[in-house]
Design a protein around this ligand. Sequence first.
Ligand code: 9J3
Ligand code: ZN
Length: 309
Amino acid sequence: MQFHPHSTSGKHASGTRQRRSGRLAGAAAAVAAVLGLATLTGPGAHAADNPYERGPAPTTSSIEAPRGPYAVSQTTVSSLSVTGFGGGTIHYPTSTSDGTFGAVAISPGYTAYESSIAWLGPRLASQGFVVFTIDTLTTLDQPDSRGRQLLAALDHLTRRSPVRSRVDAGRLGVMGHSMGGGGSLEAAKSRPALQAAIPLTPWNLDKTWPEVTTPTLILGADGDTIAPVASHAEPFYAGLSSSLDRAYLELNSATHFTPNSSNTTIAKYSISWLKRFIDNDTRYEQFLCPLPRPSLTIEEYRGNCPHTS
Ligand code: 9J3
Ligand code: ZN
């Protein structure tokens, strides 16, 4: 399959699609531009100040839904064809008419395979991201190695993969489960250019993350006995800089393995975090601020309302 290169700055960069001539038509277009009229963009689109905004305005039901507005395709990356990580699957919006997308790489945990985090691929990609769910070099790799492998996967995605022209290499994030979540903190620590990190029931021997400047959402599980929140997720959150955009969401009635199957709470807050910080999409701030209240699914939520920049 062949992919066509396109603008990195989104649908609005393509300008008028209608071929008109004459001074009056030009004046009309200028007036339309000044008034922000949406006549030159497609259904569901609107004039946006933010070139990274993708998809229609979100609602609670749209971020809770099993799939978002984008149809998704996938392509397998063989471990034999890459270096520095174990291959995986790239999930991407099929459409090429919305410009490039931000991207996120996701690592599984100790002894686990890509299949353990695979549900996040189409779930997040259908909201407008390129998502690389990976295998690690060995299932026994430790968090620091998983961090390097997440970065190798992102580099492969943006430089060599068949979807590289669909990805905005300046808008990348990392996620991971357990030691993969610990790895996502390692990746953010070593590559500050990352725009978002979401460790899922993370595990790491390092408890302090003052070096991280990437907006980070940490998800813990109240019933986790493998990476108990008291010795992992909570100190990781507390160890992030208080000036950082950061949040801690503790899942209610959940275990270490809750992130290994479809979960609406994980999805809706991950989507909101990725949209807000990879796409700069303030339409999603309504789900992060004011801070979510404890509920049937949220045991506890700590954090700040996103800083405006
Ligand atoms: O990736 C994980 O599930 C880490 C939890 C674990 O088994 O740590 C013990 C060494
Ligand atoms: Zn540290």
